[in-house]
Design a protein. Sequence first.
Length: 401
Amino acid sequence: MFRALRHPPFRMLWAVVILGQLGYWISSVAFQWEVAHRTGNDPLALGLLYFCSFAPYLLFSLPAGMLTDSMDRRSLMVSVQAAASLLAVAATLLATLAVMSTPAVMVLSFLAGCVITIVSPASQALIAAVVPDEDLASAVPLQSAGLNLARITGPALVGPVLLIGGPASAFGVYAVLSLGAAALAGRLGAGGPAARPVRAASGESARRRLAAAFHHVRARHPALPALGIVAATSVFGSAYLAQLPLIAARVGGDSESTFPTLVTLGGIGSLIGVLSVAWRGRGLSPVPAAVQLVVLGVVMALFGVVPSFPLLTVLMILGGGLTLSIMTSINSILQHLVDDAQRGRVMSLYFVCWGGLLPFGGLGLGGLVRLVGAGWAFAGYGVVASLAGLALALGARRTRA
């Protein structure tokens, strides 16, 4: 399960990813805090913030994948983490001077999403270069476990920071962590496939390289249905994440600690989910992930009617665990199926299906809550998620047969 940690380059990459993601999750919670307090937990405003946060995945994941496959990945990681530091400093100054408006929060959230959009395929593409193939089944879940360690620790840290020092202090922590990630990224070994991936021919256009990635996915079954599971999970199964402040206000009342607590519980569930994938080991069938999507749909529907915090605790852990178990298992499948020359682009397709479609799910859920209320909105999303999971599971079984 922990075999990949035997390799020093992987340990360094793991630390870079954890620090960068820790800063991102701290900033994400701080942005939600700002919008929730400025708009009175307006569901449409929260959905719009979610859209701004994840729209970069849709807009820039594919170009980021091509960039990852055409330049020094270590240098790319350093540059992007340095940009995150500048962004964090700007957010800190705006919050300190009390001139942070809701539109400014949306813009900063979009820029933070741009940073993580570039980092994601680059860090994922580096995995296969820093561990041997036989340890990929350990490295991919461990990388995801690191992400969710940050997802747990970030809200656990930012909750007290927000209550004591306000958003400016949270953004200051984001700046420090981003600088640390940039410094560690600079120590990743140069040379070899980790730093210099196979380059496309000089005359090959971006369109041709992108078309080659799509062809590669279609040719490497079951990569295409696996990406379909990721897309359905993003749009319908995990859209509740966009409305966490609303859920927290409904169940926790005026308590300022409910929202950070819910984020932390979701992170705990996510960590359990990715560790379960590492424990199960290598598997190339997407059927278990599709079945988990069916269950996640039920959890999604229950979020709209849960009456108490203890029940909400269970749902948050289940929702986080199922979502990240699905995403991590599909990630592992893709890592085993694709060639290294196509890895950055294929993983960017994965992030388009995950992060790129999340904003539509979150924004749509926010608008639906306004129109028909939370109960019906969450129930509708949950039903669609379960039906999609069932259809994908049956389709994958027929194809395999």
